[in-house]
Ligand binder design. Sequence first.
Ligand code: AMP
Length: 282
Amino acid sequence: MNSSPLPIVRDVAGLRAVVRDWRRAGARVGLTPTMGALHAGHLSLVRAAKERCGKVVASLFVNPRQFGPNEDFDRYPRDEAGDAALLAGAGCDLLYAPDRTAMYPAGFATSVTVADVSAPLEGEMRPHFFSGVATVVAKLLLQTMPDAAFFGEKDYQQLLVIQQMARDLDMPIAIIGCPTLREQDGLAMSSRNAYLNAEERRIAGRLNHILHDAIKAFRNGDPLVGVESEAARHLVAAGFSKVDYVAIRDAETLAAPAAGRACRILAAAWLGKTRLIDNMAV
Ligand code: AMP
């Protein structure tokens, strides 16, 4: 039962009927795709969407196609009723929460793959990930047909992949990146932070500080490779069990940084069974 004041639709026909009525009334429409277990970072996307577009759809779908066989799909936190209440409070107008068979009916056979910007970093560590993301986001965009869709810079490479896809496929939808919301100690908010025990949570707060230190060293002229490996060493010394990467890259292409172009530092590291990512402008 839907006990929150937020209307919920679970199929494309229902979604399109609501969006069509909004458009007839002259509204602009924003979309914020999520996998639920919402926190203030997600809600900041809803607020940004509400500011730019009069009507906001949030989608909630834990997308099996972006999880690898040994990843956390089964234990990913799920709380639709709690999420709906939070969304309503943030000004969301509609929750679109399709189930797995509505999204991927029997016989579903299409997959969207974005080359180049998908390849390094997360693409190397999680080879299935970006085609899973691009496929589901393409579907969500085409199902909703919003004027704009809002994504967090928290998942920076994902944002670049989606922007590339929307450009390449001539989707008439603005893809808007929104800043990362952080906890008091600077830890980027994430649904996966709920997996951390107290000691891991303490260590997790070091990640953003170590990236800030790396940025300082890079700006002071320290060589790139040394800056990246030193940051990885500091993460392990702080208690991270494994570092997938710390990399300073071109902010648009994720290629090696070049003089005069904006750069980004990106990192992924493990605390026990929990994998954290973060990034910031250099
Ligand atoms: P997820 O539910 O993790 O798939 O995230 C849904 C959207 O929320 C994505 O566009 C994320 O980049 C964004 N997001 C996640 N964490 C944050 C954060 N701390 N600040 C801002 N946006 C975020």
